[in-house]
Design a protein around this ligand. Structure first.
Ligand SMILES: NC(=O)c1ccc[n+]([C@@H]2O[C@H](COP(=O)([O-])OP(=O)(O)OC[C@H]3O[C@@H](n4cnc5c(N)ncnc54)[C@H](O)[C@@H]3O)[C@@H](O)[C@H]2O)c1
Ligand SMILES: O=C(O)C(=O)C[C@]1(C(=O)O)C=C[C@@H](O)C=C1
Length: 302
């Protein structure tokens, strides 16, 4: 049996449109409705036929749904939840895909008291955004982390988990605070570093912009891909996950200073030991996901 039969998606950019495409592919009998605040995005969604009914108002999309997924930037989740509150049918489950979770839990609790909420975060994406950028296989073999409140209905959590399993994801469940700490180091800090390094390179006086572009070899190129990620999405993530990001940044700055010292004082052994440890981490990540390894190989040799 399908976990849900009427799914509403609010925000049809990269993640929302990927969910719509994946639902069409994996659960074709599900009725899909959707809404996006951008008239241009709505036009694209209609032209691409991503949902059965793309509505001009968020409330109209959710009125008959049994699952509502908010796929908007984390800073907009509270406002969207408040906007749809009066139109939610009895028994509906509300979820989201936000990249940080503690702030989202508070926003849901304030806007939707008494509504069954199961927050989720598919750990899958690209640097692209908008309805055109999505694809049906985005979640295959990827983790989707659920962060239900301690008193959440276990049946609702199971149904949302089953929904994501049908889209090809593997499910993990954790506390929202712990999620934010883990993702601060595995996703948020790397994005901050990429934004910084690309910004630094473009601000250099002694090296021209055209030299940076012309000689951007593998390493820098990979950073530019990450640094091309959506500005609204990432502004919201850093503001929403401020405490965990600042804690990780502090650790990172200390480790960077230690590296700086090792280089200054010719401590080759220290550098070698660190690089050996980090190479082992990369190898174990690649061993766990053969597809990614091929993708990365293709990217660096393509
Ligand atoms: N991009 C990624 O790699 C990734 C991965 C996992 C989770 N996420 C999370 O998914 C969410 C969406 O990110 P995305 O990458 O799909 O971004 P996106 O920019 O591609 O899409 C977001 C869409 O939401 C719409 N929107 C914004 N405010 C709205 C509002 N008030 N009402 C209705 N629609 C609104 C925008 O018009 C846009 O079309 C974010 O919370 C993000 O943190 C992103
Ligand atoms: O591959 C990318 O481009 C991503 O940035 C995806 C990525 C990540 O950091 O891994 C970005 C944000 C998310 O919330 C989940 C996935």
């Amino acid at each position: 049996m399908l976990p849900f039969s009427r799914v509403a998606i609010i925000g049809l950019g990269l993640i929302g449109s990927s969910i719509a495409r994946a639902v069409r592919a994996e659960m074709p009998t599900v009725r899909l409705t959707g809404h996006d605040a951008s008239a241009e995005a709505r036009e694209q969604v209609r032209a691409l036929g991503l949902v059965d009914d793309c509505t001009d108002h968020a409330g109209a999309a959710v009125i008959d749904a049994d699952l509502v997924i908010l796929c908007v930037p984390v800073g907009a989740i509270g406002a969207v939840a408040a906007e749809i509150a009066d139109d939610l049918p009895a028994g509906v489950i509300v979820s989201d895909v936000g990249s940080s979770k503690a702030g989202v839990a508070t926003a849901f609790a304030e806007a939707l008291p008494g509504v069954t909420v199961v927050p989720a975060h598919p750990v899958a994406g690209t640097e692209r955004s908008g309805p055109d950028a999505g694809f049906a296989t985005l979640f295959k073999g990827r983790w989707c982390i659920l962060t239900p409140a301690a008193d959440a209905d276990p049946m609702a959590v199971e149904r949302v988990g089953e929904f994501w399993r049908r889209l090809g994801a593997e499910i993990d469940t954790m506390d929202a605070q712990h999620h934010d700490l883990v993702l601060a180091v595995t996703s948020h800090l790397p994005h901050l570093i990429a934004y910084t390094i690309v910004g630094t390179a473009s601000d250099l006086e002694a090296v021209t912009q055209s030299e940076v572009i012309k000689y951007s070899a593998g390493g820098f190129r990979d950073f530019t891909r990450i640094a091309a990620s959506d500005p609204t999405m990432w502004r919201d993530v850093f503001l929403a996950n401020k405490d965990a990001v600042l804690a990780m940044l502090q650790r990172f700055s200390e480790d960077l200073s230690a590296l700086q010292r090792a280089i200054r004082w010719d401590k080759g052994d220290e550098l070698f030991d660190l690089f050996t440890r980090t190479r082992a981490i990369r190898r174990s990540i690649v061993e766990q996901g053969q597809d990614d390894a091929r993708e990365d190989f293709g990217r660096s040799h393509g």
